[in-house]
Design a protein around this ligand. Sequence first.
Ligand SMILES: Nc1nc2c(c(=O)[nH]1)N[C@H]1C(S)=C(S)[C@@H](COP(=O)(O)O)O[C@H]1N2
Ligand SMILES: [Mo]
Length: 211
Amino acid sequence: MNDKLIEAKRQWAREGRLLTGTVADPEHDRLPPGQLLVRDWPVLDLGAEPDVTPQKFRLDIDGAVENRLSLSLDEFMALPQSESTSDIHCVTQWSRYDNRWRGVAARALLEIVLPKLEAHHVLFHSFDGYTANVRLEQFDQPDVFLVHEWEGKPLTRAHGGPVRMLVPRLYFWKSAKWLRRIQFTISDHPGFWEQRGYHNNGDPWLEERYG
Ligand SMILES: Nc1nc2c(c(=O)[nH]1)N[C@H]1C(S)=C(S)[C@@H](COP(=O)(O)O)O[C@H]1N2
Ligand SMILES: [Mo]
């Protein structure tokens, strides 16, 4: 783990760095407050990028659902696939427009696993030990995907391949790389950065960077 990076980012949260104190409306503005547009795609993680080979890959979907799943990579690829284009907004200030993704839509997955009535939260677990939490209604959006392709190419290891989460309406730390498990829960369980000074909700339009 990159302890220096983790400490630097905790310090950002304590200082409220990059905060502009403004909000924006996604209906009218494309760039959220305080963000800068980039053309390349930066890599950001805890520094230990796991080598998730097809043999090592497994994706469990469990918790408060009617139908639990435990999928090999082939089984994951056999789920209904679709495409989506969306923007990335990272809390370290960069945004990147028009990323074309391919994978399994969260809504397609929900139709299979059927969350129980008491399920209100979703916790993503990754092969590197990372976690991130969202509310069920934030997961249940048409642009939320479990992605394995970017711009027509397999997702690289650095960007979280073979499979990562994509929750484009929230800051990118919510989009867990090297996805290992999706856990549906009754109560909220703050994830890795949410336990370290980052906002539990993470809406870039409301500039929910820290909390
Ligand atoms: N498993 C895992 N997922 C992760 C991270 C991580 O360290 N581990 N970092 C998060 C953060 S802080 C960001 S900004 C994005 C970066 O994704 P990228 O490297 O593909 O740009 O991944 C998120 N998902
Ligand atoms: Mo990040």
